[in-house]
Design a protein around this ligand. Structure first.
Ligand SMILES: Cc1ncc(C[n+]2csc(CCOP(=O)(O)OP(=O)(O)O)c2C)c(N)n1
Length: 536
């Protein structure tokens, strides 16, 4: 006897190695949820669909597969716009599945009816209705679309009626067709491009390699070896922090709108050769990527299929291999030393600090307390600029922020997804008090599903990044401050330990203790928005 369409969907996901689906139920997806349970796929029950989508996407990317989020129709599905957009712009593979009104309902039935497939098409690489006839084809196609470079989102609907119909067993995507889609386009000759690059480097006095979202972490080892062997100065965008060791001598800083951005832009101006290795402008909130003469080394198109005109794609592994077979064509004596020095000084310049904890001390105390494999997530706001520039990432895929979309309420959900994907690695979420109040209820989820992590909440009772922007535009202070919500009590209300401190030693000790005991902990840290002004 054949299986239902819901059972076929669940089986296809299980066979693709999906062990967990994140979501929030409605009556219309109960059958699929049950089939997932039968197929051995866990359902991580969350408290908002948007959080479920973010957690799923980070979980998926860390596991090298699409994250999967499942929601009901109408309101549950409508809550997917943020994670789908985030997945699209931040290159995080996410398959979203929601229920939908059955096609054969009367045309007058408009309750919870939304044009979801049309709404999500612009931010998805693949959208389709699952039917009994096409299930064997569309589920593998959707999974493959998420994982083809640039990574992104796919969106599928399955109505409760269709879910119960017997699936057409004969129709499935051929493996070759799906594999083919997952492969990036590579046109250029790697040896020739390597020779060109060597020629440019031969003449350069101040070369700077800029690494971005288009680099595959699988190439991190060769990339590091090339940069180290040749002593090349390197900067990264925030979403690839850790692809190189940021405590190494050749590390210049983080470009793409973080703290010390003026200094970083000066460094870019001072360079006489900029090599954009996988650099994707989606992370850059100004226009230097289009104005400076960057030598692009890309192996896939950038987000949205947009790439610099005339750039031939080239396989990164092959070009790195060719470069490593060569000797450095010149020597450079730390040409960005003054910028590196100033960057370090900024973090330690406490003069005139406001009396709350100096933001630089927060980063340094946590970095000293946590091992290099720690996964750090941030939310969006001033604290993101702080951690994005100054957290000393040392290993690939250990730093997660929303920087293409830059959507608040990312950090805590990302930490949950990361901890489930890497249960043996400590996870730290650094969030603002504004962002924390958007999704702190997921602390209960984290406790329930056994995903402990440490959350630091930088408390300044304001949307401080926006407050600074208001100041920068010489506008009167207006509606950017809010009253306190007690972080510690919020944590305790969710069943998680909480404490508040302004002491860096206490911050470090409490963090270490929580990690050693594998317990969740929320630490409220009073900060002053004015201190951020000194770092940006
Ligand atoms: C969903 C969403 N809404 C609004 C914004 C605009 N925004 C960017 S940063 C920010 C302030 C965040 O405040 P908080 O979480 O307290 O962090 P802080 O800036 O104080 O560090 C706002 C409102 C956004 N990026 N995302």
């Amino acid at each position: 006897m054949g299986v239902t369409t819901a059972a076929a969907t669940a089986r296809l996901l299980a066979d693709a190695g999906i062990e967990r689906v994140f979501g929030l139920p409605g009556g219309e997806i109960l059958v699929l949820m049950d089939e997932l349970r039968r197929a051995g796929v866990d359902f991580v029950l969350m408290r908002h669909e948007s959080n479920a989508g973010i957690a799923a996407a980070v979980h998926g990317k860390l596991r090298g597969q699409p994250g999967v989020v499942l929601t009901t129709l109408g309101p549950g599905a409508a809550n997917l716009m943020l994670p789908l957009s985030s997945s699209y712009l931040d290159q995080e593979p996410l398959l979203a599945i929601s229920a939908q009104i059955p096609d054969d309902f009367p045309a007058s039935h408009t309750h919870q009816l939304l044009p979801l497939v049309d709404a999500y098409r612009p931010v998805s690489k693949y959208v389709e209705k699952i039917t009994a006839r096409n299930v064997g084809e569309v589920v593998p196609r959707a999974l493959a679309a998420c994982m083809s470079r640039p990574f992104g989102a796919a969106y599928l609907t399955l109505s409760a009626r269709e879910a119960l119909k017997p699936a057409d067993a004969d129709r499935g995507a051929t493996a070759a067709a799906v594999d083919g889609e997952a492969r990036p386009m590579r046109q250029g000759n790697a040896r020739q491009r390597a020779r060109e690059l060597v020629g440019l480097l031969e003449k350069a006095k101040r070369p700077l390699v800029l690494i971005g979202l288009g680099i595959d972490p699988a190439n991190a080892k060769a990339l590091r070896q090339w940069l180290d062997d040749w002593d090349l100065p390197v900067a990264v965008t925030p979403k690839v922090k850790g692809i190189v060791d940021e405590t190494a001598e050749n590390f210049v800083g983080v470009v793409g709108g973080m703290a010390a951005d003026g200094l970083m832009c000066d460094a870019l101006e001072a360079a006489d050769l900029l090599i954009g290795f996988g650099l994707d402008p989606v992370e850059i909130d100004s226009t230097w990527h289009a104005e400076l003469p960057i030598h692009w080394i890309l192996e896939g198109s950038n987000v949205g299929g947009i790439g610099p005109a005339g750039t031939q794609l080239v396989d990164h592994a092959q070009i790195l291999d060719a470069l490593l077979g060569d000797r450095p064509p010149a020597t450079w004596r730390a040409p960005f030393r003054e910028f590196q020095q100033k960057r370090r000084e900024l973090l330690n310049d406490r003069s005139g600090a406001s009396g709350t904890m100096w933001p630089g001390d927060i980063v340094q105390a946590l970095a000293a307390a946590l091992p290099p494999e720690t996964i750090v997530t941030t939310d969006v706001g001033s604290h993101k600029y702080l951690f994005g520039q100054f957290w000393p990432s040392r290993q690939p895929q250990t730093f997660w922020m929303s920087n293409g979309l830059s959507g608040m309420a990312y950090g805590l959900s990302a930490a949950l997804g990361a901890r489930l994907a890497r249960p043996d690695v400590p996870v730290l979420a650094a969030v603002g008090d504004g962002g924390f109040s958007m999704n702190c209820q997921e602390l209960e989820t984290a406790e329930r599903v056994g995903a402990p992590f440490v959350t630091v909440v930088l408390e300044d009772c304001s949307y401080s990044l926006i407050k600074l922007s208001q100041e920068g535009k010489h506008l009167a202070p207006y509606r950017v401050d809010f009253g306190p919500i007690d972080t510690v009590k919020m944590a305790e209300a969710c069943g998680v330990d909480g404490l508040r401190t302004t002491n860096p030693d206490e911050l470090a000790a409490a963090t270490k203790r929580a990690v050693d005991r594998r317990r969740s902990l929320v630490i409220g840290i009073p900060v002053s928005y004015a201190d951020y002004r000194r770092l940006f």
